[in-house]
Design a protein around this ligand. Structure first.
Ligand code: ADP
Length: 697
């Protein structure tokens, strides 16, 4: 279906051209200069604005060929505005070189930019293709051209006069070649990328190759010539649609851009409408004034001249001579049959245009007819120039009660044309300025709103990131705590195990095992409390509950949970602790000791394991040493094991023991939250020695 549409989109204009070539009579002339002025100026201006905004955004983010396509349409838009604005007799009274210059330049420069865009292949990029340099270079060129076109158009005329016909042919072939090559290369690119934007660019380039033919090979103001205007507009719409569709998702388009685009387009539309209304009102006023002044002058003259007694032929002659004497325009006199009696038909070879024939008949049977015909409405034989109106007055000649003929005065008026043109220009300038001021005021408001939106979305993005971060941290901490819950669970299991095997006759053993199990259970309980307190932890503030701790008592309780495991694994635990009190969070530091002790048990062999816990106190620090004679930690891992999930691998690259690699991370976090530090070194009896210290408070 899509393929069919594309083929149709290409074949329709092509077949139209072939048709017009074969049947030039069907290629009707359509001189609608005002329509051309309004539509072309408005459409090009809008396309230019949208494309400039698009290029600005795409420069920072898009594929180079896509940015260049937007730049091409910005250039096409701007150049073509001057083509529209210079339409003869719209706001400029004479024919201006910018009409044709802008048209061929639009196609040539557009083709060159599309050609450059097609060099940006996805598989073989041209490093030297700097989009920015091309954009600024083109902008400078357009600025220079527009300045010359409107400040020194004679320069363009002079160049055009020097140009030989082959120059024009060369420009045509060059432009056509650029579009065709671009279309071919973009189509090849589309075959690789299959991206909608690339596909649409290939289609657009083919259209504009056809547009080039329409511009250069077909007669001005004919249907075939209008075709390239249509193709240009369509190409812009298709390109802009696919570019916006592709890059809008990146959320790079801002409120301000939308506002600027829409309001500038509406501003220009309103300015053009206002100018059209202004021109029309001025025209109507002038024409009605003319009707009154000119028409009634002629009417009263004729009344005077026809009032004298005479034969009908004599009256007609009197009227003719009288009007000629007034020197107000060309005089025509008709008899009651509607035949010209003055001036002599034979002598002047006059033929009466049917348009006038109707007016004459109307005047003969009714009242005075006054018409103002624009140069386009004026019959060719009577037209004085492209920038002139024809005022036509037909008055019945009445002698007594009898109608004896019609007298007509045809007057060329270039002043009226000039006045209407000025009214249009003035209307455009006035409304343009008013709209622009309104636009500027509103742009300030929207800029502010836009800045607020951007700031708010940045804040939201940041808040979201923070939330994500704390969620991650919460998850990690939960993992750590779950990991830590295993230690007391192991103690409970071991006590239950031993209770099953205990000698009933030995007094107190059972009670001790129950006490150990209970204390381990309590510890689990407090850990679960900790899990619930994670919400506070994740805010980056460990809720440290610093309290004076009786070291001996605290350590004794801490170690109780491990005793069954130590006993069952036949390991030795040595403890050396000063009789002193120190300030720290007994709960969290207890879990640090748990972790270290648990690791020491994990990494020592049953029956041989020797673990020593030593606390030393100096003036301002309390040191904890947890030594073991296990397998030790290779030097390259000593710094790393405190990082999350790091475990020392065994020879087969798997972790040595089952674990999460989070225990030491937790220890480090807690110790550092106390303002202390933790590290590991080789133990004196082989194995490893974990040391951490806490500052005095
Ligand atoms: P886990 O024990 O869950 O793997 P840890 O963070 O407690 O996580 O320990 C990280 C790694 O450090 C362990 O996997 C182990 O390789 C190594 N390690 C820790 N303590 C000792 C120790 N006492 N002896 C030998 N290796 C140790």
């Amino acid at each position: 279906m899509k393929r069919f549409l594309v083929v149709l989109a290409l074949l329709t204009p092509l077949s139209l051209f072939i048709f017009f070539r074969l049947f030039p009579d069907a290629d009707r002339r359509a001189t609608h200069s005002l329509f051309h002025f309004y539509i072309v100026s408005f459409a090009s201006f809008s396309a230019g604005v949208v494309s400039i905004l698009l290029s600005r955004r795409l420069l920072a983010m898009a594929q180079r060929r896509h940015t260049l396509a937007a730049v091409a349409f910005a250039t096409i838009g701007l150049l073509f505005v001057s083509h529209g604005a210079a339409t003869p007799n719209a706001i400029i009274g004479h024919s201006h070189p910018a009409v044709s210059w802008s048209a061929w330049l639009t196609m040539l420069v557009g083709g060159a930019l599309f050609g450059l865009a097609s060099l940006d292949r996805p598989d073989r990029q041209l490093a030297s293709l700097s989009t920015r340099a091309i954009t600024y270079g083109t902008a400078a060129f357009v600025g220079l051209y527009l300045a010359v076109a409107f400040l020194a158009p004679q320069l363009l005329d002079a160049i055009a006069q020097q140009a030989a016909p082959w120059h024009q042919r060369l420009i045509f072939w060059l432009t056509l070649l650029l579009w065709l090559v671009a279309a071919w290369r973009l189509w090849r690119i589309w075959q690789i990328t299959r991206s909608e934007v690339d596909g649409s660019l290939a289609l657009v380039a083919s259209w504009l190759a056809l547009g080039t033919i329409s511009l250069h090979l077909f007669p001005v103001w004919h249907l075939s010539w209008w075709l390239y205007h249509f193709v240009l507009l369509l190409s812009f719409l298709v390109t802009a649609y696919y570019l916006v569709k592709a890059y809008e998702q990146a959320r790079q388009f801002r409120l301000l851009d939308y506002y600027v685009a829409i309001s500038l387009i509406f501003t220009s539309l309103l300015a053009l409408v206002a100018s059209a209304l202004f021109a029309q009102i001025s025209y109507n006023l002038l024409v009605s004034q003319l009707r009154i002044d000119f028409g009634s002058t002629i009417e009263s003259q004729i009344e005077n001249l026809a009032g004298r007694p005479n034969t009908p032929a004599g009256i007609r002659r009197e009227v003719a001579l009288g009007l000629v004497g007034l020197r107000v325009g060309n005089v025509l006199v008709f008899d009651e049959e509607g035949e010209i009696v003055y001036p002599d038909r034979e002598e002047y070879g006059l033929t009466l245009d049917p348009k006038f024939g109707l007016m004459v008949a109307e005047a003969f049977h009714g009242e005075m007819v006054v018409e103002v015909l624009s140069s386009e409405e004026t019959p060719a034989d009577y037209a004085a120039g492209s920038n002139s109106y024809l005022i036509v007055v037909f008055v019945p000649i009445i002698s007594g009660q009898e109608r004896v003929g019609v007298a007509g005065v045809l007057r060329q008026s270039s002043e009226l044309a000039q006045a209407v043109l000025q009214a249009r220009l003035l209307g455009l300038a006035l409304s343009g300025v008013v709209m622009l001021l309104l636009f500027l005021v509103l742009v300030l408001v929207v800029r502010r709103a836009d800045a607020i939106i951007v700031r708010r979305s940045d804040e939201l993005r940041q808040a979201n990131q923070d939330l994500h971060h704390s969620e991650q941290m919460r998850q990690e901490l939960t993992d750590m705590i779950v990991h830590d819950l295993r230690n007391p669970l192991a103690a409970i299991n071991a006590s239950l195990d031993m209770m099953g095997r205990v000698d009933e006759s030995r007094p107190g053993v059972k009670e001790r095992l129950v006490a150990i199990g209970r204390s381990a259970g309590q510890r689990m309980n407090s850990m679960i409390d900790d899990v619930l307190a994670v919400g506070k932890l994740e805010a980056g503030e460990l809720p440290l509950k610093i309290e004076p701790v009786d070291l001996n008592k605290w350590l004794d309780e801490q170690l109780q949970t491990f005793m069954p495991q130590i006993e069952s694994e036949k390991k030795t635990l040595q403890v050396d602790c000063p009789t002193s009190t120190f300030h720290f969070d007994s709960h969290l530091i207890g879990r640090v000791v748990d972790n270290l002790l648990n690791n020491a048990l994990k990494y020592t062999i049953s029956g041989e394991g020797l673990i020593a816990i030593r606390l030393t106190l100096n003036q301002d620090r309390l040191y904890f040493h947890v030594q073991d004679n296990g397998e030790g930690i290779p030097d390259q891992f000593k710094g790393q094991i405190f990082r999350k999930y790091v475990q020392v691998p065994d020879s087969s690259d798997g972790p040595r023991r089952k674990g999460t690699g989070l225990g030491l991370t937790f220890c480090q976090m807690v110790v550092q939250a106390h303002g202390g530090d933790i590290y590991v070194q080789d133990g004196p009896a082989g194995g490893s020695e974990f040391v951490f210290w806490l500052p005095k408070r």
